[in-house]
Design a protein around this ligand. Structure first.
Ligand code: PHE
Length: 334
């Protein structure tokens, strides 16, 4: 009876162990045969009970061996079919974000903290959204400021030269107050060099509400540049854009005075990082917003240039060559 309990407890997934178990109980010189040999010495009145228990032990041992072998076989079959499912997985290589996306996400994050949402629009635009609505009617000389790629021969369909086109779309379908930034890829028919490409990326911003002033614009830019570049000085230089009046270029001081900030070593003095201005009343009118009630400011910056500065990348073309040796340098746990 003790042997029966032992047999029932036994388990194994090793073919050798199961075979050893079989030999121990069911082999030629196994326990069962020795019990059967013993049978003739058992007193007659106990023969019946003894025989019963020995037969139970034989059945238990046979069943056990069969059951364990069956499990083992079906496991071997699974491994053959699917491989060993209990093996630990192979580690997957972690990819990296593209530096353009890293910088774009930083910019989005900074503006979202002061209530700006994100808006997007098509890269293939019509003349109205890229030019005319922005106070750049046909034959306006300032259209040449941005050399344009047209789609085939239709002068009305083009690759957007800036994401100001998204701002037009946004104003057409939303009422003030408006606070939105528009990140995206833009195209200009320019010679490709270390400093400029025929496509690049922008984030443009738009704020429209009652009583928006130039002081609001300046304060917003100061907030942005210090979040983006660390403690930094900016300066606004008068400039011209057809869609803003007055207009300015924003320079950030990238120099020795701020060398304590790790993001701004390698001083190069004043660096132009964006254009901005108060939205021209004509633009508001074109987009269905009453300029007598509302005013606004807009700004636009190139993501690629900022990525080159922040990550000390020497050539803008590296950003679109997709060389893995370059891209994998931006791996981060975040
Ligand atoms: N759209 C301008 C450009 O692409 C940038 C800009 C945006 C300037 C908004 C002023 C206001 O160069």
């Amino acid at each position: 009876k003790e042997h029966i309990a032992e047999v029932e407890k036994f388990t194994s997934t090793s073919i050798e162990e199961i075979e050893a178990f079989r030999i121990k109980y069911l082999g030629k010189k196994g326990l069962l045969n020795s019990f059967f040999a013993e049978f003739k010495n058992v007193p007659n009145e106990q023969k019946k009970d003894f025989g019963k228990v020995v037969n139970q032990l034989k059945d238990a041992a046979t069943d056990k061996v069969n059951a364990l072998k069956e499990t083992l076989e079906s496991q071997t079959e699974t491994v053959g079919k699917y491989g060993d499912l209990t093996r630990p997985g192979e580690p997957v290589e972690i990819g990296s974000r593209h530096p353009i996306n890293i910088v774009k996400n930083q910019i989005i994050d900074i503006f979202s903290r002061i209530g700006f949402n994100v808006s997007e629009g098509p890269e293939i635009e019509d003349d109205w959204h890229n030019f005319t609505a922005l106070n750049l009617p046909e034959y306006h000389p300032a259209r040449d400021m941005q050399d344009t790629f047209f789609i085939q021969t239709d002068p009305d369909i083009l690759l957007r030269t800036h994401t100001s086109s998204v701002q037009v779309r946004y104003m057409e379908s939303n009422k003030p107050p408006i606070r939105t930034i528009s990140p995206g890829r833009v195209y200009r028919n320019e010679a490709i060099s270390a400093r400029s490409h025929c496509f690049f990326h922008q984030v443009e911003g738009l704020y429209v509400d009652k009583n928006v002033s130039f002081a609001d614009l300046k304060q917003t830019l100061q907030y942005f540049t210090s979040e983006m570049f660390g403690k930094s000085k900016i300066r606004l230089r008068p400039s011209y854009f057809p869609f803003t009046e007055p207009s300015a270029e924003v320079d950030v001081y990238w120099g020795l005075e701020t060398e304590t900030d790790y993001r701004m070593t390698k001083g190069t003095g004043w660096l132009e990082i964006m254009g901005c201005g108060m939205v021209d009343p004509n633009v508001l009118k074109n987009c269905g917003i009453d300029p007598d009630v509302y005013s606004g400011f807009a700004f636009g910056m190139g993501i690629d240039r900022i990525a080159l500065l922040l990550h000390q990348i020497s050539d803008i073309r590296l950003l679109s060559e997709n060389d893995v040796r370059f891209l994998e340098q931006f791996k981060s746990a975040l």
